[in-house]
Design a protein around this ligand. Structure first.
Ligand SMILES: C[S@@+](CC[C@H](N)C(=O)[O-])C[C@H]1O[C@@H](n2cnc3c(N)ncnc32)[C@H](O)[C@@H]1O
Length: 410
């Protein structure tokens, strides 16, 4: 195992034309433990293209380069990689593409629906055949008015696909091609281009309410146009698999067989054995910043999921002490499943305009449950204006920097 501190300190991304030296500071925990803080451009989307298979939108997802950095530098093929707040499954998918075994959990059932099918991409000819076999049922009616989003025939197609998937589940005939169709259709429901089923609306990781959509339509003087849902599903499928190579396909097949997908609270990872995980890369909900349930209402409707139930399970801590309590339970659970020498990379955002630095309580929590804290690592794309290394200025809304606490189990 690499010496993490040395590695982070000496790191320069190989293709960088002008490597930038790592900046270093120190933070002292309540018990007097000195924790190094490393700041550098550890990965950028420009330097390293992510696989197109990741391109499924989800609120507050991280870039694949983040888990890729830890997976490639700190695990071996065949080892188990976990994300207990999996979201769209960025960590799980990246681990699978790299030949690692995967375990993923999220309280939102959409998470598994969006990730698991991508471990088993279908043959496009078979996919087309399946789509063509779905009967179009003009008589179906939605439980609510969705006419502000979808043209009449488009809506009939969406309802037909939805009914078909439900029937396949009820008949226990649901297979990996159905799961793929469900994943792509869920992703294509609403968005801001003709590549989505809806008229122009918010980006696909959010969902406007019907009232808000009516206002968007009035402001833009628009009416939902017809969209060919089968063509859109096929086109998106082609895009998703466009740069998979043979080795990655093989890795995905292997990962699919051994994967563990859980839907539940991150503090109870039942089904994951003690001392088995080599690396966890995760990003929890940051206080009450993101409204996951409201952002997912349309996707929940399509999949017959009760959005209110998701809302109840999602950690929406309003205060820091509440958040700390929850994260203590979660990090203790991650400690249980981590193998000796295994790592946890815990990514937190800058919340409330940078006034709350969640990495500080996270260090204390990790230490309290038995982890050793290796470092606080800040991946920062632009840090020229920074005078004080600890208060690294964050770019607009925290999109360009990641603050990650790295722990190791002795
Ligand atoms: C910041 S997002 C993670 C995004 C993920 N890294 C990705 O790339 O898509 C946090 C996730 O935590 C989930 N979540 C919130 N509270 C949870 C809990 N108590 N247990 C498990 N998952 C939870 C949310 O549903 C959301 O998917």
């Amino acid at each position: 195992m690499k010496n993490i501190r040395k590695f982070l300190k000496q790191f320069t991304y190989p293709p960088a034309a002008k490597p930038v030296a790592t900046k270093q500071a120190e933070w002292v925990s309540a018990a007097g433990k000195k924790i190094p803080v490393f700041v550098n451009e550890y990965w950028t989307a420009k330097q390293r293209q992510a696989n197109a298979l990741h391109e499924v939108s989800y609120r507050a997802c991280f870039k694949p380069q983040l888990p890729a950095f830890f997976i490639e530098n700190f695990t071996q093929p065949g080892e188990l990689v976990l994300d207990p707040f999996s979201g769209r499954g960025t960590t799980a998918l990246q681990a699978a593409l790299s030949g690692r075994r995967v375990a993923a959990n999220d309280v939102n059932p959409l998470s598994r629906m969006l990730c698991e099918p991508r471990l088993s991409p279908p043959d496009l000819a078979l996919l087309k055949k399946r789509l063509d076999s779905i009967p179009m049922q003009q008589q179906l009616k939605p439980e609510m008015d969705l006419s502000m989003f979808f043209e009449k025939k488009t809506l009939a197609e969406i309802l037909s696909i939805r009914a078909y998937l439900q029937q396949r589940l009820q008949n226990r005939a649901f297979d990996s091609i159905d799961a793929w169709i469900r994943m792509v259709a869920t992703n294509r429901l609403t968005g801001h281009s003709p590549g989505f089923f809806s008229v122009y609306t918010l980006p696909p990781n959010q969902a406007a309410s019907p009232a808000r959509q009516k206002k968007i339509n009035a402001d833009k003087q628009q009416q939902p146009p017809y969209r060919n849902t089968r063509d859109i599903i096929l086109r998106k499928s082609r895009q998703l698999i466009k740069n998979l190579n043979e080795q990655e396909v093989h890795h995905l097949q292997q990962a699919a067989v051994h994967s563990c997908f859980l839907t539940g609270d991150a503090a109870h990872l039942k089904g994951i054995k003690d001392n088995t995980v080599a690396l966890t890369v995760t990003s929890p909900p940051f206080l009450d910043v993101v409204q996951y349930a409201a952002d997912n209402w349309m996707r929940c409707w399509f999949n017959h999921i009760d959005a209110a139930q998701i809302e109840a399970g999602i950690t929406m801590a309003k205060t820091l002490p509440d958040w700390n309590r929850k994260m203590t339970a979660v990090i203790a659970e991650i400690y249980r499943v981590t193998q000796s020498g295994g790592l946890l990379a815990f990514e937190v955002g800058e919340v409330r305009g940078g006034k709350i630095k969640l990495e500080e309580p996270v260090v204390e929590i990790g230490l309290s449950v038995g982890f050793q804290c290796e470092a606080i690592m800040i991946n920062q794309q632009v840090f020229t204006k920074t005078s004080n290394i600890w208060n690294v200025s964050n770019n607009d809304k925290g999109t360009n920097s990641n603050r990650i606490v790295i722990f190791k189990k002795k």
